[in-house]
Each structure stands twice: as structure tokens, then as C-alpha cells.
Design a protein around this ligand. Sequence first.
Ligand code: PMP
Length: 798
Amino acid sequence: MDSVTGPLRSAASTVTADPLETPRPAFTLADAARIAASAFGISGDPAPLHSERDLNFRVAGPAGRVFLLKLHNPADDVNVIDMQTRALRHIGRVDPALPVTRVVPTLDGEAWQPVTGRDGRTSFARLFTFLPGHNPAARDLDDRALFEWGRVVARLGRALRGFYHPAAGYEIQWDIRRAASLRPRLTDIVDDARRALVTRVLDRFDANVGPVIDRLRAQVIHNDMSLGNVLVDDGCAITGITDFGDMTHTSLVCDLAVAIADVLDGREDALAMAVPMIAGYTSVTSLERQEAALLGDLVATRCATAVAITAWRRQGEQSEQGQPGELSSAADGAWRFLRLLDAEGLDRVGFLFSDAAGRGRGQGAGVCYRPVPTADLLRARRAVLGPATLSYDPPVHLVRGEGVWLFDPEGRRYLDAYNNVPVAGHGHPAVTDAIATQVHLLNTNTRYLHEAIVELAERLLATMPGHFDRVLLVNSGSEANDIAWRIARFVTGGRGAVVTRCAYHGVTHATTDLSPEEWPAGFAPEHVALAPAPDGYRGEHRRDEPGWEERYGADVATAAAELDTRGMRLAAMFVDSAFISDGILGPVPRYIRAAARAVHGAGGLFVADEVQAGFGRTGEHLWSFAPAGAGPDIVTLGKPMGNGFPVAAVVTRSDLADDFAERTGYFSTFGGNPVACAAGLAVLRVVQEGGLTANAAQVGAHLRGRLESLAERHRLVGDVRGWGLLAGIELVRDLQAREPAADAAKRAAGRLRERGILIGVTGPAGNVLKIRPPLVFERQHADLLAETLDEVLTELET
Ligand code: PMP
């Protein structure tokens, strides 16, 4: 902006005139040579350089050193010059590698020397080290150079973070935050189209930005990292940052907005090229969500400011010279960018920029992987990971999550109606902050005293029936079930287990044995007996039979007896409290009571596996076994417990756990570490204090209503089951015969994905649509899901 800008300051008591309206100082070349020699002891011949408002000279000094002599515009405020001087010193101290100029003191050790010009006005003479390089042309800057540009803007912001000066509060019109004060200048924009668009941008600013901008991070920023103020070498590496004349105390994000606007203006590819700049910036400094959300509007406002101020200055120029001058072209660049932004739609620009910044949030200074295009990534992944399962074909490549939304590298968003781990929503700030804070502070193991594990255990126990008084922390649901299995064997002396027919309880050797869903054909561990899950829709006992739940309970006794015939006593039965892999059968309290009775009768322990169904998922209660009242001896927790951070737990009684823990010397290196516990505490707080269980109940009821109405209209829908934000839709080929339609279920999930919604498929026959979104799901999301599913089912039925 150098060609059109300058500090338009007001309300500064020491400012007597506006430098933009004040003629340059009056010194000859000989005067400059004299000043260089007398004030700074430099005797080389000065060569004039371009400056619109000051007089600048290149001066050679001893030993090949080169300096810049600046004779300030007489209107420049001494306080502002002092601020710039101190800021340069501060940056030099804090980030010496940043290529900013150094202030060379006068022979008297001062930062400047007052000098009187031929017209009698006083100016300040200052000397700086001369920075190498040239100002780049916009077209020279490719993605890499723009990424670097963004990075340097962020570094400069970081370097200035701890800097303050009383003059930093001076009002300058180029501060985007003060855009509202441009209104009186709009009449200077002669062109109607320009005036209308600038007015619209300012209206948006007043509506969207003005009310919140004062809540954003603010500090002293450079505020003018434009093409004219940055020097580069032939490879476009930045060699110098000049002109601190627009430096001011304002919102930090304005620095990035200014750079985007001023570096990219006039380029046809400006919108796309903003992305690497944002990525570069956020590789050093993450943007907060609100900063990211406003970035598009801030860039537009900067362009509008340039158009308005230039029009105003051109008025002055015309009245002086009778014709438009060099200012026109600067405004044209800003105007072209503004038109591009408008054509794209400012809402969409806001989304694109915020998305780019969000990606940066994950690519912050500490992230150490390189982004790879989706197709290459699939190939690279297969080469090193082999045929490990991926959902969807082609698979979904995700780079970021926020609330109920997931984003791919192109910024396409998916409604997440599938992932139950992020109960609090993707990237919940309370959880990410808790994790980040704790990992900065300390992360070690449970052989040292630490508050977090105790508080987490206490808080968990407070949510459980009173007889539970022990918590063992581990790292995954599988481990929790593995430990539960060891405790059960240790305590009962039995070796046998009962699980439901399509249960899943984990990935370790012991828990794979307990997971018939994963058994390869012909595999059936002798110590495991299967009982039918309480499937009231297609199982042996149906919902319309009185006492059907208890009949399934009796099947548990039969399974335990079968173990006896194999010469084994029952150690435990494991039950997923919502029977998700058995087809999403939901909490069945009467079954749980009957099954627990049968298990206890056979001398075993009853393990409620809440790894998937816990933490409020089924609404009303935090734990899905809770409606059954008494029941489990051990409860295992996992998946949502850390909202994605690995943390899991075994909750049980001292009479079961203590002897085991002591005799086996139980210890887990990572289990219960302070970061995991911080995550667990944050999640528990968000779920409990954020009312997420109640939300699951309310939004879940709404969702179930919408899904049930689909059942009335679609012959593919055999059954709709839902508890809180857990829903299963059973697709069938024929409503009477209830023959499972696994193919349709798979295609439905695939088509929903194409329309930007993620769900899954489960059940023994693979025909149950699995819906278990983050618990921050809202009615509007439920509506979007139901309406899209309606379309998809219609397609599949025709
Ligand atoms: N139990 C249940 C009911 C589960 O759903 C899972 C995971 N799908 C596990 C245990 C195993 O948990 P993890 O994958 O964390 O080991």
C-alpha cells in the first residue's frame, strides 16, 4: 500500500498535520550528504530513492556497508517515530533472524536528528541499515512464496507480541477495525458500482465484524505487509521488511487480512492463492475460530478501505493537478480483488478462508506430517499399512473436524452422524485446551502422585451405583475388557465366558475370543459360549411376546450351563449395553436384570461394556445399563471417554479389584497419565455440564420421529430403533419375511456419503444403518439426515 498509503492519523495530540496532505520535506542532495556526514558520520554520496511522503536516500558507508537515510515528512509525529524505532529494536532482540532493518544511531547516540529544511520546516533524519533485494511483482509469487509470506507475517506478529508503546493507540485510517469511519469518504467514490459495493462491504462489516472485533486478540502489528514493503531475492525468498509506518495496535488477524488483500490484489487467482498464505500464517500462529470466521470480511474491508481512501486522495490529486494520477492503479487492484470476492460471494469466501485457517489449526507449528493429495495418499498408505480396512470406496480423506462436521482437503464438509468417539463434538475447545495445557505442563505415569487421576476416578464413581469404589485406568476399550476378563478369572476361578452372538469386545487375544463378530469362519474358542442378543424384531423371542426379554435372559443360563458341560465354570458374561454390533438393540433393562441374575447364579461376574454405549449416548442416563438398576459387577469405559484422546477405564468394586491389583502388580505405562485424565475430566464436564445426555434424549427423540416416518413411506425400512442419539434402521427386502437387505444398507451409506453425510452399517446380517453422531447433534442436523436419507431410500427403491 506504500504508493497510496501513509498514516492518516487523528486524535493524536502531538499531530499537527496529516503526512498524506503535507508536502515532502525540502532538502537538496547536497543537504542530504551534509546531514549523513554531520549527524551519522557517513561520507558517501547519497542516491535518491522513491518515497511519496518522505525523502529517502541510499548512502554508502565504510567497509562496503550501505545505509538508508530517511528525512521524514515534517508532519510525522515524534512519538510515532519513537514507536517505530523501539519496535525495530524489539524485533531485533526477539527474533533476530527476521529481516527487518536496524536503526543506526546518530553520532550523539540518538535514534534521530532534527534537521531544518530549505522551507524552514523541521524534519527528523534517521539512518537505517540497507536491506538487500527488490520488491517482487505479484505474478512472481507462487504458492511456496506466498506460504513463506504468510509465515513471515505471522513471525513478525509473534515478534511484536510483547511490544507496546503509547503511540500505538493512535488512530490510523488504515486500521481495518476503524472501517466504519470511512463512511464520510464514500461520496468521493465517483463510480456508482464501486460506491455500491464498498457500501455493501461496510454494511457487512457493521453487521458481522464491528460487534465482535474488539473481542479478538489485539496487539501492535505491522499492518502493511504489501508488495511494496517487502523485499525478496531472485528466488523470491524474503530479504527485507520495510516501512513500519502503518504499525498500530489492532486485531492480530488484521495483519494477515492486510497481507492477503495487498499482495494478491489484481491477481485473477487471488482467492486460490490466499490459501497458501493462510496456511503459511497458521503454520506459525493458529487463528482462533472467530478470527478465522471473520478473515474473509476483513480482507474485503481492507480492499474497500483502499478503494475509498484512494478515491478520496484522488480527489485531492485531481484538484491539485487536474487529472487522475498514479493512485488509480493501486485502487484498481483493490477494486478487482473486491469484485472477485463479491463474485464468489462473501459468505463463501468467509467459509473458504476459515476452512483454510482451520486446516492450519491442525498444521500448526508442531505438526510434522506433509499434506499429500488424496489419490497419492491411498497408494502410499497401502504400501506401508497393507489392506487395513477403510470405510467407503473411494475412501474419505479428512483433514479437520469441528462440532458435527468433518472436512476433506478440498473444504467439502460432511455431517458426522457416525462417530461416537467425539461425544462433545470434533475439536471441542474445552477438551483440546485441557489436553494441550496438560501436555505442556506434565505427562508421566501413575507411579507418581497426581491430582487428575484421583479427580477423574472420583467423578466417575460419583456417576455409578454406590457399590462401585474402584477405577483402573487404561488406554483402550480392548484393554479395559481384557483387564475385566482377568479380574473375572482371578476372582471366580472360572475360565468360561458368555457373550452375545455378534458381540464385539476388543482386539487383544483375550477380547477377540470374546468377539464373535470378528471370528473367522470355523473359529470358536472352547471357553466361550454364545447367547442370543435380545433382538425383539427378528430374534427367537419377539417384542410382542410378553416376557420376551426374560426369555433371552434364560438363554444366558443355558449358555452358562453349556460351559459346564465343556468342563468349565463361568467367569464372566460381557454385554455391550446397547448391543450395537448385534444390530443396535438398545438398552433392554429387563434383559440386563435377567441376564445378570443368570450369570450370578452360575457364579460368574457380569461385565457391562459401556465402551460404545456410554457417556450419555442413549439419552436419559450417562450409562446405558443404568435403567436396569443393579446388575453389573464391572463396567468398562472407553471410546468417547477422551473425545478421541486414548483413555479408558475399568470401574468395579474393591472386593473384586484390590486383591487382583496387588497380586498381579497391575500397572499400565500410559494408563491414567495426566494428559489422558485431563481429557477424561474435560469430557465428563462437557457432557455433564453441557447437558449432552439430555440433548441426546431430546434431539434423539426428534430424530427417531423423523426416521419412523420414513418407515411409513419406504418398503425397505423394516424396523426403526432409537435410544437417545443411537439409532438403527433395519433394511429388509420384504417387510413380511424380514429378509435382510445388506446390499441396500451398504448402498444407502455410500449414497449418503456422496451427499455429504456419514453413517455406518452394522448387525449380524450387515443390514442395519448405524447412526451415532456426536452428542452435540442438533435438530437441524437430524432433519438434514432424515431428509437426505429419505431421498436416498427413494432412489434405492426405484
Ligand atoms: N467394546 C465395545 C462395545 C466396542 O464397541 C469397542 C470398540 N468398537 C471395544 C470394546 C474395543 O475398544 P477399542 O477399540 O478402544 O479397543
